[in-house]
Design a protein around this ligand. Structure first.
Ligand SMILES: Cc1cc2nc3c(=O)[nH]c(=O)nc-3n(C[C@H](O)[C@H](O)[C@H](O)COP(=O)(O)OP(=O)(O)OC[C@H]3O[C@@H](n4cnc5c(N)ncnc54)[C@H](O)[C@@H]3O)c2cc1C
Length: 409
């Protein structure tokens, strides 16, 4: 059986390996000049390829429908699959799993060695423009026209198009009658409304960021936060971005609240500031906060707290005034106006509707012999190795079932 894998990304490479191990004759058609470019960029070049705390709650979109995919090729099978290829896992304190070499290239290397061992053909610089089916054969039209008995569509979503995934896969899926749930960027920086971002750009701190829609808290995360000239970035911001952007796309007006001191209650912070202002009461308000928060932030926080005169002596502040500062430090609110572009996004929410796909085999319910794998489907994960795990699990599933003709075991 000839299987064509369209897209040589994480899911396509695993799908190709599994199908070839099952005896299929497999070719990968990749539009870039080499396969696996995105893998090299993952985890800041270290490839956070899965997570020991894998759970369905770390996924969004129609993960409920695809639960059996995650069970079919679960965390332990993934670790074993990579260990068999030579990847010894390094697990960090948060459960994120990397290759012990801490090099993303190790993951790509071992996948490619295995593809070579299995005689899988890698056709690079092959941009698939059209797919057709007549009788039992598929035609794959790109630089050339080739044929196959089965197709695995693994072209990714729209995130980071500079690494190949530009959304073309959705058009190919649509040409076979599939519907697409409107894709939007997930794991991306947020643009915020505020007067002082130019001044604050570059300031980093450990804090808590909460996303709200109306009065409802939709997601909160703690970690290193970075102010930028357009808004806010950092791992916790990427983590909450998916839910916040979803609200934005629903026409709602989400906002975020930044807590710069999650370790202290407002009362504890009051005691600290009151004591501080007593000790340095002879200093101006602006000087009085040096050594407590980033110097560049001090005037901004004070303006936001409603102080016009920063030369006021800090020893003269009353309780109400100290609480005005605390309210900004603990509950700084910013309306969300947008997000950075697809170029900066790490993942795609939305995609091929899983209700039109056999949830166990990932075969299309519209076209026999057409399979899907990876980010092209309507599943996306949190930051932390979950997106690659979905790519491996769905790639394994599509590769497996396409090569045994969709027969459920
Ligand atoms: C900078 C960055 C860092 C990331 N870090 C992590 C991380 O550490 N951990 C994690 O779990 N996830 C991470 N992700 C997310 C993860 O990389 C993706 O979810 C995953 O790679 C998706 O795999 P995929 O196979 O579905 O798609 P992709 O990896 O996007 O692969 C799709 C492939 O299809 C090719 N293609 C597209 N259209 C065509 C066409 N018409 N013809 C031929 N070929 C085509 C593309 O060139 C590409 O090679 C990161 C993403 C980015 C951008």
């Amino acid at each position: 059986m000839k299987i064509a894998v369209i897209g040589g990304g994480a899911s396509g490479l695993v799908a190709a390996i599994v199908a070839a191990r099952n005896g299929a004759q497999v070719s990968i058609y990749e539009k870039l000049n080499r396969v696996g470019k995105k893998i090299l960029a993952t985890g800041n070049g270290r490839c956070n390829f899965t997570n020991m705390n894998l759970c369905l709650d770390c996924y969004h979109g129609n993960i409920k429908k695809a639960q059996s995919v995650m069970e079919f090729f679960d965390l332990y099978k993934t670790l074993e699959f990579f260990e068999d290829l030579g990847i010894h896992p390094y697990i960090d304190e948060k459960g994120k799993v990397y290759p012990n070499s801490l090099q993303a290239s190790s993951i790509l290397d071992v996948l490619r060695y295995e593809l070579k061992r299995l005689n899988v053909e890698e056709k690079t610089d092959f941009n698939v423009r059209e797919l057709r089916k007549s009788k039992d054969k598929f035609s794959i039209i790109g630089t050339d026209t080739v044929t196959a008995d089965r197709i695995i569509l693994a072209t990714g979503g729209k995130a980071s198009p500079q690494l190949g995934s530009d959304g073309k896969g959705y058009e190919l899926a649509k040409s076979f009658g599939h519907s697409i749930l409107e894709p939007f960027p997930a794991l991306v920086q947020l643009k915020l409304e505020g007067k002082y971002f130019k001044r604050m750009a570059g300031i980093k701190f450990d804090g808590l960021v909460k996303g709200y829609s109306g009065d409802k808290l939709i997601r909160e995360e703690e970690g290193e936060i970075l102010f930028t000239d357009y808004g806010i970035s950092g791992p916790p911001v990427l983590q909450i971005s998916r839910r916040v952007i979803e609200e934005l796309y629903k026409g709602r007006e989400p906002y975020i609240v930044v807590d710069m001191f999650p370790q202290y209650t407002k009362i504890a912070l009051y005691d600290i500031l009151q004591d501080r202002f007593r000790r340095v009461g002879y200093k101006t308000l602006e000087e009085g906060l040096i050594g407590f928060i980033n110097k560049k932030l001090i005037p901004v926080i004070l303006y936001e707290a409603g102080f016009d005169n920063l030369d006021k002596l800090c020893g003269k502040l009353n309780k109400k005034e100290i609480y005005r500062i605390i309210n900004i430090l603990k509950e700084w609110k910013f309306p969300v106006t947008g997000h950075n572009s697809w170029q900066q996004a790490q993942s795609t929410a939305g995609g091929v509707n899983l209700n039109e796909v056999n949830p166990q085999t990932l075969e299309s319910q519209k076209v026999k012999g057409l399979y899907f794998a990876g980010e092209i489907l309507d599943v996306d994960g949190d930051c932390g190795g979950f997106n690659l795990q979905w790519a491996w699990s769905s790639g394994y599933t599509a590769g497996y079932y396409s090569s045994i003709d969709g027969r459920i075991i």
